[in-house]
Design a protein around this ligand. Sequence first.
Ligand code: MGD
Ligand code: MGD
Ligand code: SF4
Ligand code: MO
Length: 688
Amino acid sequence: MDVKYIPTTCPYCGTGCGFNLVVKDNKVIGTAPWHRNPINQGKVCPKGNYAHEFVNSPDRLTKPLIKKNGQFEEATWDEAYKLIASKLKSFKPDEVGFFSSARISNEENYLVAKFARAVVKTPHIDHCARLCHASTVAGLAAVFGSGAMTNSIGDIADSKCIFVIGSNTFEQHPLIGRNMVLAQQKGAKLIVADPRVTPTAKQADLYMPFYSGTDVQIFNGMMHQIIKNGWEDKEFIKNRTKDFDKLKALVMQDKYNLENTAKISGIPADRIATAAEWFAKADSACICYSMGITQHSTGVDNVKSIANLQMITGNLGRPGTGVNALRGQNNVQGACDMGCLPNVYSGYQQVINEEMQKKMKDAWGVDTIAEGKVGYTVTDMINVAADKPGTLKCLYIVGENPMLSDPDLHHVKKGFDNLDFVIVQDIFMTETAQEADVVLPGACYAEKDGTQSNTERRVQKWRKAQDPPGEAKLDWQIICDIAKAMGYEKQFSYKSAEEIFNEIRKVTPSYAGITYARLDKADAVHWPCPTVEHPGTPILHKEKFATGDGIGILTPIEFKYPAEVPDAEYPLILSTGRCLWQFHTGSMTRRSEDLEREAPTGWVEICPEDAKALGIVNGEMVRAVSRRGKVDITAKVTEDIKKGEVFIPFHFAECAANILTNNALDPIAKIPEYKACAVRIEKITGGN
Ligand SMILES: Nc1nc2c(c(=O)[nH]1)N[C@H]1C(S)=C(S)[C@@H](COP(=O)(O)OP(=O)(O)OC[C@H]3O[C@@H](n4cnc5c(=O)[nH]c(N)nc54)[C@H](O)[C@@H]3O)O[C@H]1N2
Ligand SMILES: Nc1nc2c(c(=O)[nH]1)N[C@H]1C(S)=C(S)[C@@H](COP(=O)(O)OP(=O)(O)OC[C@H]3O[C@@H](n4cnc5c(=O)[nH]c(N)nc54)[C@H](O)[C@@H]3O)O[C@H]1N2
Ligand code: SF4
Ligand SMILES: [Mo]
């Protein structure tokens, strides 16, 4: 039998596992283990295992579509390009916005940013990192000078104490979770703090249940306890940090003592005390966190609090330590690295810096680029479209589905209704594509060569296993074709992904030493990697931080409640998130038979006591209502959630969590508060 095995990288989460795609007759038919992959050693979670199932789904987009009189009609590429080019030219640069994608390659993200800034000349480009780790990027850049995960995945297995907060690692980054179990087998302690008794919490040696949104109180409470007992790392504080006195003055106030922290967070005081002791006394201790920390109107405060705890305990720059922000999507790190953010070019080079503007103009061969100002974020673009009609007129969305993933969906819909022209480039007809004027069929990961960068800054390859279906095209080719149709032939004349990567290397110091040949030989390299001789950097901040003076900044942070807290009308805290089987808006996983079977629709988790008070039984259809909307959804009565909290996964369009969520933003990171808003649950009575 003529079967080929093509090694590639998983298209789902930021762990970046490798596996082989099994190809027969030029069609992907399965996956098979890639045993010597350095990240997952041949093991995968169910999404990786079934990552071939959506690839040849009959629902794949195969032809460009143009909406005429409210209906999509098939069009030729030429028609679509002509229409897009003429529309993009008809708007002022400032009236056009771009959503790039954490699902496409580095090469493709780099070209989306180049197209936005050099061809359309708009500063408005961003992507879903805004909804995800924007707080990390802003928070860690402020205190360490670099906004990325500090250590590597394999390193977690060498830690002596792992504190997981706001990450359901075993469901959302299962192959990182595996390293936590390996550490436990070597005697490490696993501490998990989460409002829900998740599969991750069940694996913990110490579990701390708490009310959503009380994270800063918990960190300050732990630091209070550590300093009170003299467990802080005085050498590290003296040599590598500044402003300890200010931090100490704040956290040593009575309001951050054990009793008050227990009262505010809902965690029993003795568990906070034990966690603080285990953590501070361990030879090496790391923190792993994700959306429970970042998706708050205080997201940046939460991240800086984590950095504070790690600096006062000296847990940075060594194996087994670190601030491990577990990045979400397969290439969200890469989309940020490539400058698909409104304030930076690739390699985090500031757009407001005139030298950088000149450097990019020269490299891109253009006389003018987007005005050197910081553009709108994803959340700004939706808000401006909804609330200031006429300011933004056109959105070009590549590989994102804001009509299901953004907060307060009625408000998002209002934004789309106000736009003059919407282009969506995706692999499926999503809720957002339905809103578009033109839909362009992209090729998926199994159909392209390219690189992606995982959560630990490891750059890895995708390798083409089959041709795209129908007339679908590689995302980078689509961008190049449109650029050419707009008169930028010379600047977009690439013949391969590698050629684009070599341009990236020239303008991006942290990627300069990474080559396709190296990636093929070593399977992956961690940036920063400034020269071809450089081995790459698995651990950041070894001797000094990336701040101007190399010193880490301790930041006193007061606890603040979420923007919306429960009251008599909306008495419960709603938190939202994910489950193991589905990925985000489900465009891919819901078209994967084996995954969809395991989690075919959404639910609301509620504890038995709250359910009983409402007269609700397990499996009953109930109504969840917030100030922004309501959804009918099945109740899952479970001991695994704290009293006073409910939880809804956001994957399912038929009971979309984001109809309910609050569009309150962190003032710096502009990330929405997906993890806490106020709702009530109603029993649905007959005829309602
Ligand atoms: N199966 C699957 N895996 C995924 C994804 C997916 O959709 N499906 N998405 C990927 C992406 S993009 C991301 S960003 C990651 C996200 O990965 P995670 O952040 O691990 O996932 P979430 O379910 O969003 O939230 C994590 C935990 O935060 C808890 N939480 C709720 N409120 C709070 C709070 O106020 N404070 C704290 N500290 N915790 C709270 C929730 O109970 C939940 O267990 O997963 C990635 N992996
Ligand atoms: N309530 C609530 N909402 C949330 C969150 C939450 O925790 N709670 N989490 C937020 C987070 S962390 C994130 S990251 C966002 C994710 O939000 P989105 O990024 O909007 O969600 P996805 O479903 O991942 O959308 C990716 C799209 O890319 C398409 N795609 C996949 N591969 C390719 C490709 O190769 N080419 C092209 N052109 N398209 C491709 C997919 O079909 C899909 O439509 O959701 C956010 N929304
Ligand atoms: S852990 Fe993440 S990268 Fe690994 S197989 Fe699962 S979804 Fe893919
Ligand atoms: Mo994410």
